[in-house]
Design a protein around this ligand. Structure first.
Ligand SMILES: NC(=O)C1=CN([C@@H]2O[C@H](COP(=O)(O)OP(=O)(O)OC[C@H]3O[C@@H](n4cnc5c(N)ncnc54)[C@H](O)[C@@H]3O)[C@@H](O)[C@H]2O)C=CC1
Ligand SMILES: O=C([O-])CC(=O)C(=O)O
Length: 353
């Protein structure tokens, strides 16, 4: 008898003749379901979730067992992405938020906010050419974070990272919520690329390779430390030149291959989830979590710099020194610092002006 009722209900749900009838006939609706979420885990928001990076990033975050709640925010298309991702049978509860008026709801209570919102490059552009549009987007989103989840860890992906991280810091300072340990510019894709390209040259599995990449996230500011590769190895001058250039130009390689349709999205989503997962493990209190990120730093005379950081309950709890550099890397560091200084200043001035 009960089974007949259930079939009648399902049939009404599958073959509604009109929405009114559907409402009357389908006894069990989503609001009536028993699941309310609340499994142990972290609450994560993605801002720019409907974009080229945002969509695969949302999918991969939904697969992460450390995530209990996933908020997907964008100014377009987030309802569709949310409906789609929410059907995946993994633990995280997914909610969608559309447009500026829903930003605060998207952010309230979040432990980690990942930001891939903003325009990508087209061939012939530098990352700095994105500044005029993306600076304002990052400013608005960070004002929301300062108001609604000031203690959240922020993973900032939007370019130019060398300027958007200083922008975010200035917004948080203005709001009185700035915790330098909790603001991390995502440079993980540089490390992911470096591991891949170095593994190719050495004939190793990329999963066995660890290349520190320091400095920043644009052109010569991307400084792979090939003298510190693990497992220990050595390179000829030609290999060093080839690898350094390929890692620095990795983004441009993808922009050119995509021929006007955007920049790295899939490898970036992979890198962002890898990095976010490490941040969540740190938040959980796991020991020994160390990754490269662009953070407030005293490693050089610049106020921000990418290097290895120890991730813990408080975010980037320790910023590691660069370690011994060879002559090639020392020359690269000088070039990187010169460009970085200008990019950082540009970000700071955007808010202080
Ligand atoms: N840090 C890194 O290593 C990398 C950074 N990027 C950067 O990530 C950013 C996003 O790239 P894609 O996803 O390919 O671009 P996309 O254009 O495909 O997606 C961007 C998304 O941001 C959304 N958006 C725009 N304004 C917004 C706002 N005010 N609030 C919320 N969302 C907003 C758009 O609606 C769109 O869905 C670009 O700035 C790109 O340069 C890209 C690859 C690597
Ligand atoms: O190159 C770009 O514009 C996107 C990016 O940051 C990367 O792929 O590293």
């Amino acid at each position: 008898m009960e089974a007949n009722h259930r079939i009648a209900r399902i049939s009404a749900h599958l073959h509604p003749t009109n929405p009114q009838m559907e409402r009357e006939q389908s006894v069990l609706r989503r609001e009536g379901c028993r699941a309310k979420g609340g499994a142990p885990g972290f609450k994560v928001a993605i801002l720019g979730a409907a974009g080229g990076i945002g969509q695969p990033l949302a999918m991969l975050m939904k697969m992460n067992p450390l995530v209990s709640v996933l908020h997907l925010y964008d100014v377009v298309n987030s309802p569709g992405v949310t409906a789609d991702i929410s059907h995946m049978d993994t633990g995280a509860v997914v909610r969608g938020f559309l447009g500026q008026q829903q930003l605060e709801s998207a952010l309230t209570g979040m432990d980690l906010v990942v930001i891939p919102a903003g325009v990508p490059r087209k061939p012939g552009m530098t990352r700095d050419d994105l500044f005029n549009i993306n600076a304002g987007i990052v400013k608005t989103l960070c004002e929301g974070i300062a108001k609604c989840c000031p203690n959240a860890i922020v993973n900032l992906i939007s370019n130019p990272v060398n300027s958007t991280v200083p922008i975010a810091a200035e917004v948080f300072k203005k709001a009185g919520t700035y915790d330098p340990k909790k603001l991390l510019g995502v440079t993980m894709l540089d490390v992911v690329r470096a591991n891949t390209f170095v593994a190719e040259v050495l004939g190793l599995d990329p999963r066995e390779v660890d290349v520190p990449v320091v400095g920043g996230h644009a052109g010569v500011t991307i400084l792979p430390l090939l003298s510190q590769v693990k497992p220990p190895c050595s390179f000829t001058p030609e290999e060093t030149e080839y690898l350094t250039k390929r890692i620095q130009d990795g983004g441009t390689e993808v922009v050119q291959a995509k021929a006007g349709t955007g920049s790295a999205t899939l490898s970036m989503a992979y890198a962002a989830v890898k990095f976010a997962d490490r941040c969540l493990r740190g938040l959980r209190g796991d020991a020994g979590i160390v990754e490269c990120a662009f953070v407030a730093s005293q490693v050089t005379e610049l106020p921000f710099f990418a290097s290895k950081v120890k991730l813990g309950r408080g975010g980037a709890e320790e910023v590691h020194q660069l370690g011994p550099l060879n002559e090639y890397e020392r020359a690269g560091l000088e070039k990187a610092k010169k460009e970085l200084e200008a990019s950082i200043q540009k970000g700071v001035s955007f808010i202080r002006k």
